[in-house]
Ligand binder design. Sequence first.
Ligand SMILES: [Cu+2]
Length: 143
Amino acid sequence: MQRKHTIRGAVLALAALSALAVTSAAPAGGGAAITIRHQMRGCHSWSFNSGPFKASQSVTVKAGTVLRFTNNDVMPHKLVQAAGPKMRLVHPNMLKMASSATVKLTQKGLYRFTTRAGEDYAWAGSMKTVGEDNVLHLTVRVK
Ligand SMILES: [Cu+2]
């Protein structure tokens, strides 16, 4: 029990640190940041440019925008393109805390992304969650 509390404290501290990092490293022109976090209800959610965390996001960006996904969840996420013009995912396997994937949206159109979540990291122990795990959905309209 004692050990579990310590670990949870460490996770919260890490989460707080990464939240700071995200706000201080505001994306330059042509960039946008998506952050995946752990949460008790639904296990994870993501936010666009430091906006509200939700499981499903719908955003509009300009052609040429580079989306940078950062995984601060307590489990790996693999970024998957579900629809839209063919493009390259750079480092889609976000296998550890703070790892990131990027995509450059050069073509106009409607893109859809999701992730495949893996198992909790061993160091995260058994993080308690409530309800079904969310499936993350992101719709990006590129104009
Ligand atoms: Cu999760």
